[in-house]
Design a protein. Sequence first.
Length: 302
Amino acid sequence: MSEKKDYLHLHFIVFLWGFTAILGLLITIPSVEIVFYRVLLAAIALAVIMYIKKLSFKVPPRYLLLMLLNGGLIGAHWILFFGAARVATASVCLAGMATTSFWTSLLEPMVVKKKLKPYELMLGLVVIVGLYVIFRFEFNHALGLALALGSAFLAALFTVINLKFAHKYHHQTITFYEMTGASVSILAFFPFYGKFFTTSGLQLIPTAMDWVYLLILALVCTVYAYSQSVSLMKRISAFGINLTVNMEPVYGIVLAVIIFPASEKMNFGFYMGTLIILAAVLSYPVLNRWHKRRAAATDNLR
């Protein structure tokens, strides 16, 4: 029963993540500024929560540095994520994010020293076919899809790295230092961003409604959702986490079509490509289970 509750909890978290692309379109300030406020507000809120709950801030220097650096990756991931939604649509952004499990299948063997499985490469090729179909029919959104693919790669990378921390430290301690690392990284990036990446300079004054959406983004989608996802890594395997996260594009695209029916209406080719990508990532557990049974049967014959 507790396992079922964990998976329902994870689905709710993934639903909230699907909603972040919508919030990114509702907030009027640019993507980099959105992420800066998101991680800064989250870090402040977590510091207060940890102080009230008397949680330890102590982490060995090596792991502290890794958490801060991983926070930089998370910040870059969210900047690319919101940027993709802005230059294309929320649906295109979320279609690109559907490749996260593919990138994870390539990165995890390198990090945990596992052998690369042939069927994972096959699924990767299927994902590429899906992306080709989307590009073929939605080439005007090429930049948005490219940004989303970069965001998906970074999401896979920081998730694999987080597996090293999840069983050692409290999930809110991990999230606090990662949000702090993201805040510092974006602050360091601001001078280059202001000089080379924007003609209007930094836009750090949100509107009243922006503050409402930013607080939802920071407190609900980050302090709650992100830290709880780290906590669930203690009880759900990386495979189980990745399987459920594959539903984020489905939830997000449905929400985007409901909230922005005019701008989010795509042609048949886009949805066909998205279905190909989702078919690939959702077939992963079936093939993984088959591979494990075959390996167990082979071991029994020896």
